[in-house]
Design a binder for this molecule. Structure first.
Ligand code: NAD
Length: 474
């Protein structure tokens, strides 16, 4: 099928490359000329595992081209709208990019096409889109609107396209669902050469959910808000665990064994971020308020999340006593591992608070240094994790990249001024670290003092209650 994808960001470029990989002829458009130049030059504007291979291979095969929106929408059989829907100051989704694309489609598209809303939008946006398309159409556009929300996760976006749990289609007519099925047939029937796994054993038929457009739009916002709620819930429990000396990792393990709860998204830490959860929760609250429904439950989800970084910095203060003038290292800057996306990343907020308190911050991320530096230039960005930790009095882990689990701890111990690690993602092995002489502070579980070779504690520093407790029992 002749498909156009509008928006060459994390969702658009991934979708375009994957749709080309399953055999469609795809034109991918963006209104950012620089982004188009980068893509035409054979490079990617962001990091996503496996994506470069797909873009290169399908570009060479002539199945994937980069164009302006005006050119891309002419004579397309299906147009996926994948532009950004960032939050406005009042929390509502800014739909101006979606509206601009709709206008271009109305004015430039010819014949019949599917207009597929993949951007995350408030419920009833498809009705607005339909009105816009009719209003601005001057070439007798005939189209059907489809809501097809995207569930990919940055960092595993390609895998998620080929092995989704479900594909959700919101349509007004059954025949439209059949056309959408044609687009996704290779994924639904799992008849593709998997670009992620050499010998793919993950073949599992995804659920094909056909519903009305409003329900499809709601599925996306409700899913993201529910996941955010799970994260804030376990973070709230983590705070209680810290207060009473319990271990949230064990609590989460016990909870997650219940199939009605499940283990996913029960990892406490410094909170959720990224381009989806924070803005989608806010937008969902606003949508509900407009419809006269009280979603104060989700406002609290947001409030709990907003307090995570301040609470983490409070722990740093407790360990160091004074933050001003102290050298502090931060590992991990992207909002999650395996992406370079720093939009609404908790790590960036952490840098901001530490620098505001007068710390000298050295930071390192395997992929996101440049993007972090662009939004927050007031830290020192380092080429590797050891350089960031050199002479530091505390190391803060903000994003759980795999690289941080394979560190030469002895080398790190020698580089640091004081062997103190605050693990904001509960991802490191406390036992291993304390064996290497580090004091370890996680989230929602007792801090653990170094087992060996610890320099005499600074008398001005008040150890955490949990560390104190451990020291007393040893
Ligand atoms: N990033 C994710 O993990 C993810 C997952 C699921 C859904 N979503 C949703 O998908 C949508 C896109 O997210 P993203 O992360 O890909 O955003 P993004 O910012 O990475 O990409 C959006 C792209 O659209 C382009 N654009 C903006 N206005 C345009 C216009 N008028 N014409 C052509 N191009 C235009 C931008 O230049 C940009 O390249 C959002 O609604 C988001 O909520 C994102």
């Amino acid at each position: 099928m002749k498909i156009s994808v509008i928006g060459a960001g994390y969702v658009g470029l991934t979708s375009a490359a994957c749709l080309a990989e399953i055999g469609h002829t795809v034109r991918c458009a963006d209104n950012d000329e620089r982004k188009l130049d980068v893509l035409r030059g054979g490079q990617l504007p962001f990091f996503e595992p496996h994506l470069e291979d797909l873009v290169t291979r399908n570009g060479k095969a002539g199945r994937l081209r980069f164009e302006t929106t005006e050119n891309a929408v002419a004579d397309a059989e299906a147009i996926f709208i994948c532009v950004g829907t960032p939050p406005l100051d009042n929390g509502e989704a800014d739909l101006s990019a979606v509206a601009n694309v709709a206008r271009t489609i109305a004015q430039r598209a010819t014949g019949y096409c599917l207009v597929i809303e993949k951007s995350t939008v408030p419920v009833q946006t498809s009705q607005q889109l339909k009105r816009q398309l009719q209003l601005y159409s001057n070439k007798g556009l005939r189209c059907d609107l489809v809501s097809n929300p995207e569930f990919l996760r940055e960092g595993s976006a390609i895998e998620d396209f080929f092995h989704p749990d479900r594909i959700v289609i919101g349509v007004e007519r059954e025949e439209v669902a059949a056309r959408m099925r044609e687009i996704y047939r290779p994924v639904l029937e799992q008849t593709f050469q998997c670009p992620v796994h050499a010998e793919c054993t993950a073949h599992k038929t995804p659920a094909w959910i056909v519903t009305d457009p409003s329900s499809a739009e709601l599925i996306k916002h409700a899913s993201n808000s529910f996941l955010a709620m799970k994260i804030s819930f376990i973070n709230m429990v983590a705070d209680l665990c810290e207060a009473v000396g319990a271990d949230v990792t064990k609590v989460a393990l016990g909870m997650g064994m219940d199939p009605r709860i499940g283990p996913a998204f029960l990892n406490p830490g410094i909170g959720f971020g990224g381009f989806c959860f924070p803005k989608d929760v806010q937008a969902f609250v606003r949508i509900a308020a407009k419809a006269g429904c009280d979603f104060s439950l989700l406002k609290e989800v947001e409030n709990i999340n907003k307090r995570r970084i301040e609470r983490f910095v409070e722990k740093v203060r407790k360990e160091l006593w004074v933050i001003r003038g102290r050298k502090i290292a931060v590992w991990g800057l992207s909002f999650k591992p395996n992406t370079d996306d720093v939009r609404f990343a908790p790590a960036i907020e952490l840098l901001r608070l530490l620098v505001r308190e007068g710390a000298e911050v050295s930071a390192y991320d395997p992929q996101a240094n440049d993007k972090a530096k662009a939004v927050f230039p007031n830290a020192r960005y380092c080429a590797d994790p050891y350089e960031a930790a050199q002479d530091a009095e505390a190391l803060l882990l903000a994003t759980e990249w795999e690289e941080f689990r394979r560190i030469d701890w002895q080398r790190l111990r020698d580089a640091m001024d004081r062997p103190l690690i605050l693990d904001g993602r509960n991802t490191l092995d406390a036992n291993e670290l304390t064996g290497h002489g580090f004091n370890y502070v996680g989230v929602g579980r007792p801090a653990v003092a170094a087992k060996t070779n610890v320099p005499a504690a600074d008398s001005a520093i008040e150890p955490t209650n949990a560390v104190k407790g451990l020291a007393e029992t040893r």
